[in-house]
Design a protein around this ligand. Structure first.
Ligand code: FAD
Length: 491
């Protein structure tokens, strides 16, 4: 949902669309440009620094040397915008079906149904070994309950730049209830109270059931293979102009015009400078930053190189463009708030490739859950705040039967931090006072919605296309019932 006025209809045949980045946000914009706005595929250009599409969702490795599965690629997803996207793309494997229909039918018929719900959302060290933590109910005491209700009823303006820590008593951060939120959404006590406010209002009703994958869409393999590959193949077949190994270094903007208009894209294609002229009839959709920028990979024998050396150079190529745009106008937001805290807010992700069934057997014995029943298992007393995902197997096409893959992340790999996301550091999808420019990805502002999920990037892509092309249909509104949520807290 966006607060912008509806824009005039744009003639699709006379529109060239330049999409910067090839993650799910841009792929979503491309699909909706073709399907909803009827822009010819040959007029759509996707530019990315990397050698293939998918952005942060690219896996790597093999069974011999160990796989790397980005955490966001575990084989299940939810979100109405993502479902709409997948229902618009034909399946590559099943004739006359969309990707969404194919996923739903294979999930239903080819796999054993999961248990109704996962028994273990978290494990702790008990007297006789690891045991499941009881995560049901809201056991936070009357004082914390009242503080949560106050926080939920507060306006974002009043919450301002307060942190969650500013709003809640220290005892709150010791509760199992907080552990659920922190590990489901990578929240830290020093994160923005506005961010937590949005999460509470979006998920309070569902926080207990979010872990149960029975109601989510389960894909055959990891999300890169099951979603990114077929969407990219579809766009290639349609004739989209993909340009990889291409960094967009600047977008020239005519500030004399009201609203501001993008007039030229400067790019480095395989190291050579090029300039692309942008007409006022054209549109530019920019993925700001990247979720995995600056990432350093370890191997089986060596840890990832220390992030404190040389990480800026690795990272900045994804962020330079946003830095330049923020100097053009404050309407493009300010990446400083994300960049200046990047070491503190780094998340360490890992994938473990097991040969043989021992780990899975131990996991089932301990939790009484089959792999793929629950989304997450948090190990509550680990210093690194580790959360695991034990997906249904296989996760990769061609993965042998005796190979099992588990992935996880550590919320506190440095075990310190004071990261605060200030409100309004992010630009709107259509930055104020711009005419043919949209920003998408995890670092734009979408009112009431929460980041760290694909649906956010896809929703951004849908808003960009709807607004830039002047289409009548808006993305589905987020469900929200403050009364019901507060009721959940009271009882
Ligand atoms: C640790 C972690 C866990 C997550 N877990 C989940 C999860 O469980 N479920 C979920 O739904 N989501 C999860 N997410 C969120 C996930 O990142 C998003 O769902 C999705 O991958 C973001 O897609 P995107 O297209 O917005 O950006 P990205 O995937 O980051 O892609 C952006 C692309 O744009 C390119 N680019 C940027 N600037 C330029 C430029 N100037 N020139 C050329 N190319 C450029 C980048 O190189 C990159 O390839 C997680 C994220 C992280 C970091």
């Amino acid at each position: 949902m966006t607060t912008h006025l509806h824009r005039p209809y744009r003639e699709p045949n006379h529109t060239q669309a330049w999409l910067i980045g090839s993650g799910i946000a841009s792929l979503s914009a491309a699909v909706h440009l073709i399907n909803d706005a009827k822009v010819p595929a040959a007029n759509i250009h996707i530019l990315d620094l990397h050698s293939g599409s998918g952005g942060g969702m690219n896996p790597s490795g093999d069974a011999e040397n160990g796989y790397f599965l980005p955490f966001e690629c575990h084989p299940h997803f939810y979100g109405s915008c993502l479902e709409k996207l997948l229902s618009a793309v034909p399946s590559q494997t099943e004739a006359n079906k969309s990707i969404l229909d194919a996923i739903r039918s294979s999930g239903q018929f080819q796999r054993p149904p999961p248990q109704d719900y996962a028994l273990a959302r978290a494990l702790k060290q008990g007297e006789s070994g690891p045991e499941a933590v009881d995560t049901k109910g809201i056991h936070i005491g009357v004082k914390n309950r009242m503080a949560l209700i106050r926080l939920m009823l507060e306006s974002e303006k009043m919450l301002g730049s307060h942190t969650i820590k500013d709003m809640m008593d220290e005892s709150f951060f010791e509760t199992t209830f907080w552990m659920l939120w922190a590990t489901s959404f990578s929240l830290q006590p020093w994160h923005s109270a506005v961010e937590f406010h949005r999460h509470l209002r979006k998920y309070l009703e569902d926080i207990q059931s979010l872990n149960n994958l029975k109601t989510s869409n389960r894909t055959e393999y990891n999300l890169y293979e099951s979603l990114i590959v077929p969407i990219t193949a579809y766009l290639n077949n349609e004739g989209i102009d993909f340009r990889f190994n291409t960094e967009v270094t600047n977008i020239r903007i005519n500030r004399e015009e009201q609203p501001h208009i993008a007039t030229e894209i400067e790019l480095l294609e395989d190291g050579t400078e090029h300039y692309v002229r942008i007409e006022p009839t054209d549109v530019v959709v920019i993925t700001l930053g990247a979720t995995s920028s600056g990432a350093a990979l370890g191997t089986n024998n060596s840890p990832p190189p220390n992030l404190s050396s040389g990480w800026e150079d690795r990272m900045l190529c994804d962020w330079r463009l946003w830095q330049k745009l923020s100097q053009v106008s404050p309407n493009f937001g300010d990446p400083t708030n994300f960049l200046s805290q990047s070491l503190r807010s780094a998340v360490e992700c890992f994938t473990t490739t097991f040969k043989g069934p021992e780990f899975m057997k131990l996991y089932e014995t301990l939790t009484h859950d089959r792999p793929g029943t629950g989304a997450l298992v948090t190990l509550t007393e680990t210093n690194w705040s580790i959360t695991l995902s034990i997906p249904h197997q296989p996760v990769f096409h061609g993965q042998a039967n005796d190979v099992n893959i588990v992935c996880g992340y550590a919320l506190s790999p440095l075990n310190e931090g004071n990261y605060v996301k200030k409100p309004m550091s992010r630009p709107q999808v259509i930055p104020d006072n711009t005419g043919n420019i949209a920003c998408v990805g995890q670092f734009v502002e979408i009112m009431d919605d929460t980041t760290l999920n694909m649906d956010y990037s896809v929703r951004g892509g849908q808003i960009a296309v709807t607004e830039l092309m002047g289409l009548p249909e808006k993305p589905e509104k987020l469900k929200k019932s403050l009364l019901l949520e507060i009721f959940d807290l009271i009882i």
